[in-house]
Design a protein around this ligand. Structure first.
Ligand SMILES: Nc1nc2c(ncn2[C@@H]2O[C@H](COP(=O)(O)OP(=O)(O)OP(=O)(O)O)[C@@H](O)[C@H]2O)c(=O)[nH]1
Ligand SMILES: [Mg+2]
Length: 505
């Protein structure tokens, strides 16, 4: 299962090199066999039993649902996580290429107006700063912008061209034609080519890329080469453009442009520009943290099963977690799962109070118009763009007031707390986006507490079941150690409630 399964023989190698190669091959085989065996045990265990606990992950797009699922996988089916590690390499490359494209788009004068519309970090109100005009009229600035854009777009053309190839890599082994989509999926063509990458959950992409072999030769040749030896592997293009990418990202003029345009790439999903050297290295293998950071939008529903050993007396407990797509066009798929779910984990990214949904710039739906009236003083944008925090609050209200879910315990993850802290410390004012915050101190503790109370209050006002168990956690689900602790406590709470329910039945 690992990348170094087969290291080709070099006919000019010295005896010492030969010995090293054989040793590396033996070690790789050993690891691979151990993973295969653990996988076999994990799968056999799951086949034996039907699920005792069903968990549904809910929340808007980019709230962290799939990342939470990865954390469950890391804890409970580590072999499966390990086996899929190499498949994420292509997604990480795609994320890196997308960041490069976004920087280039931002410095391109022609694209300025489009960027301000598509930017997912666009503020709804000025933070007390002077609003920057979207198109610069200063001829000198325009001249420099044109020169910089020409220089970087030429140097980085191979990286931009790579995007299509990487997408093909993800969809190559898929039976269905449109497994890999750009954009939201609900409005064909709206954001191509700068939309998000999504792979339908029925796709075989992980299995296909897990083998870690050269994709071009795998189908035809009998000789197997590791991917880093395959000249057509994307890593070579990235490696050859590494210096240009570094130069672009470290260019002070470019950085100033990003600040002026309020493009905060550091807080956007799948950000790897600070680690270009490591990510573009020839034999790069994604770390756990890299996989947790990788962004691939969910289209459809992902089901993940695992077994928890609760000791000799209580035996095993079989769990299934459903991870759904959170964008507006995907939410219709949630309802069928409400029927017999045992617990919900709802994710609300509270750092997103100054961001808008990147999804279709559509007219607000009827649900939105009526629900907005029910959340007094929550900021409503003047145009049709929807504030992300507002969207989370409305979704939360819809979930807690849903009759089918009346008896279902809910775990609320107030997520992306790391980004919230950074944003507050950078001086972004909550009161400019949430009027009710008023003159309270713009510091992490009071801000996070205020947001927690807002979600808690909405639950109390809208849930018809006052006795429902509600657990609220501040999370940063890309943090492996802290999230492991939280998941363990969530797991215990759900097991306790489930046992109580079973006894009452
Ligand atoms: N810094 C930071 N990034 C996070 C956190 N949680 C998730 N992310 C990142 O945010 C991005 C989006 O997370 P996903 O888990 O893909 O979001 P999702 O809710 O599954 O989104 P959809 O599939 O579109 O519904 C990923 O790149 C994650 O690594 C967090 O707490 N802090
Ligand atoms: Mg997802």
């Amino acid at each position: 299962m690992v990348a170094a399964k087969s290291i080709p023989q070099n006919h000019h190698e010295t005896p010492a090199q030969r010995e090293m190669r054989i040793l590396a091959e033996q070690q790789a085989k050993h690891i691979s066999d151990a993973i295969d065996e653990q996988l076999r045990v994990e799968r056999a265990e799951l086949k034996k039993n039907k699920p005792d606990v069903k968990i549904l992950l809910l929340g808007q797009s980019e709230s962290g649902k799939s990342t939470t699922l990865k954390q469950f996988q890391l804890l409970h089916t580590p072999a499966a996580f390990q086996a899929e590690r190499m498949a994420w390499r292509i997604v990480i490359y795609l994320n890196l290429v997308r960041s490069v494209r976004r920087v280039l788009d931002t410095i391109s004068a022609e694209r300025e107006e489009e960027i301000s519309e598509l930017s997912d970090t666009a503020s709804l109100l000025s933070d007390g700063q002077t609003a920057v005009s979207s198109v610069s009229t200063d001829p000198e600035t325009r001249r420099i912008a044109a020169e910089k854009y020409a220089e970087y777009s030429t140097a980085l053309a191979p990286v931009l061209e790579l995007e299509a190839r990487l997408i093909r890599n993800l969809r190559e082994d898929d039976d269905e034609d449109e497994a890999t989509r750009l954009g939201d999926g609900s409005a064909p063509g709206w954001s191509v080519p700068r939309g998000e990458y999504a792979v339908r959950t029925t796709s075989n992409w992980k299995r296909a890329l897990t083998l870690g072999r050269s994709r071009s030769k795998r189908k035809s040749a009998s000789v197997s080469v590791p991917w880093w030896e395959d000249p057509s592997d994307p890593v070579h293009t990235l490696e050859s453009c590494r210096n240009s990418m570094n130069r672009l990202w470290k260019d002070e003029w470019v950085r100033r442009r990003l600040v002026e345009k309020r493009v905060r790439l550091q807080e956007s999903s799948g950000f790897y520009l600070d680690e270009i050297e490591r990510i573009t290295a020839k034999m790069y293998a994604p770390t756990d943290e890299d996989v947790l950071k990788a962004r691939l939008k969910t289209v459809g529903v992902v089901e993940h099963s695992f077994t928890i050993n609760m000791g000799s007396i209580r035996g095993n407990s079989n769990w299934v977690i459903y991870d759904v797509g959170g964008s507006r066009s995907q939410r219709h798929a949630w309802a069928p799962f409400f029927q017999d779910v045992n617990a919900i984990i709802f994710l609300a990214p509270i750092s997103a109070f100054d961001q808008v949904l990147t999804e279709v710039r559509a007219r607000p739906s009827r649900l939105y118009l009526s629900a907005t009236a029910l959340i007094p003083n929550c900021l409503v944008s003047q145009d049709s763009r929807v504030n992300r925090l507002e969207d989370s609050l409305l979704l939360w209200r819809a979930v807690v007031s849903n009759k089918l879910l009346e008896k279902v315990p809910i775990v609320l993850f107030l997520n992306k707390c790391d980004l919230l802290r950074e944003k507050i410390e950078a001086g972004v004012q909550l009161k400019n986006h949430l009027l009710t915050y008023g003159d309270r101190p713009n510091e992490y503790e009071p801000v996070s507490k205020y947001l927690r109370n807002k979600f808690g209050l909405l639950h109390n006002q809208n849930s018809s079941n006052r006795d429902r168990e509600l657990f609220i956690h501040f999370t940063a689900v890309i943090d492996k150690a802290k999230t492991a602790q939280i998941i363990t406590s969530v797991r215990e709470a759900i097991l306790r409630i489930n046992l109580k329910t079973l006894k009452l039945m």
